[in-house]
Design a protein around this ligand. Structure first.
Ligand code: HEC
Length: 258
């Protein structure tokens, strides 16, 4: 196998997902032990805190560097741009704090002012990273009525491709037909039943281009940044989950059949 620099960089970037767990665990454990050490001083505990802080710094630097590579090579799309920027810079701040904490590992003052904030920030950064992958509000979504992950599975195994009524319609009914249904047709668009008009170029582009999700106005708008005025559904409405978007994309990819 010949050396492929691009592929190796991509692999390095993906290792970010594994590498982040080291600074997370090391920083948080160091801060926790430091708190215990202040309450019940012991030289063994103090030495452990110093070691953990000195390990956390290179781990945080490595995780931040890999994350940087990953974000540049495989950004997750426009809708996550803002979140990605925040995650990038909190991650960098974690690495800086971890280094300061390591340098000042023997000073109680430096531990309090660098190691504790580092532990806090690393948790926040981890959560932002999770939101990038699983979607914002992922935890609270557990309490919402289930979206349609079942139909993703069905879709994957369906030999005949995706069907509008079975796969796409439940998602559109949940997220779009309030404004694009029987009662209201915002932008002159109905999404509550299969329409051949979708495939004709219209005022706003073509709603659905068979096999081409990126050229389909329906999906393009969903994937625009939340703040974009063309984003669908509008910012104030409940947003589709990543699974729901995946169902729509698959339906279009597989030919947008009725
Ligand atoms: C709260 C109301 C509302 C919801 C919910 C909503 N839309 Fe819209 N939509 C509008 C309005 C208003 C327009 C027209 C203004 C514009 O072009 O932005 C529009 C326009 C559109 C257009 C362009 C019109 C055309 O003929 O091409 C598309 C495509 C679209 N919406 C898709 C969707 C999809 C897909 C969903 C669900 C994921 C959705 N909308 C949910 C209000 C809504």
């Amino acid at each position: 196998m010949e050396f492929n620099r691009d592929a190796w960089l991509t692999l390095l970037g993906r290792l970010h997902m594994a590498a982040v767990h080291f600074p997370l665990a090391l920083s948080m454990l160091a801060a926790l032990l430091d708190v215990l050490e202040r309450r019940w001083p012991s030289e063994a505990r103090a030495a452990t805190v110093r070691t953990l802080l000195r390990l956390a710094a290179p781990a945080a630097l490595a995780a931040a560097a890999l994350g940087w590579i990953h974000a540049d090579r495989e950004p997750l799309g426009q809708s996550t741009e803002q979140l990605l920027r925040l995650h990038r810079w909190t991650g960098v701040a974690c690495a800086v704090l971890a280094c300061l904490a390591a340098v000042g590992a023997s000073s109680a003052f430096a531990r309090k002012f660098f190691a504790w904030p580092a532990a806090l920030l690393v948790a926040v950064t981890g959560h932002l990273g999770g939101s990038l992958v699983y979607g914002e509000g992922y935890y609270l979504a557990a309490f919402e009525r289930p979206s349609q992950p079942a139909s993703v599975i069905e879709l994957e195994s369906a030999p005949s491709g995706a069907s509008f009524n079975r796969d796409a319609l439940p998602v559109l009914n949940a997220r779009c037909t309030e404004c694009h249904g029987e009662k209201k047709q915002k932008g002159d668009l109905r999404l509550d039943r299969f329409e051949s008009a979708w495939f004709e170029p219209g005022e706003y582009g073509t709603v659905v281009v068979r096999g081409k999700p990126a050229e389909s106005e329906l999906l393009r708008r969903i994937e625009l940044a939340l703040d974009d005025e063309d984003h669908m559904p509008p910012k104030k409405s409940a947003q589709p989950s990543p699974q729901e978007i995946a169902v729509l994309r698959r339906w279009i990819e597989l030919g947008a059949q009725p």
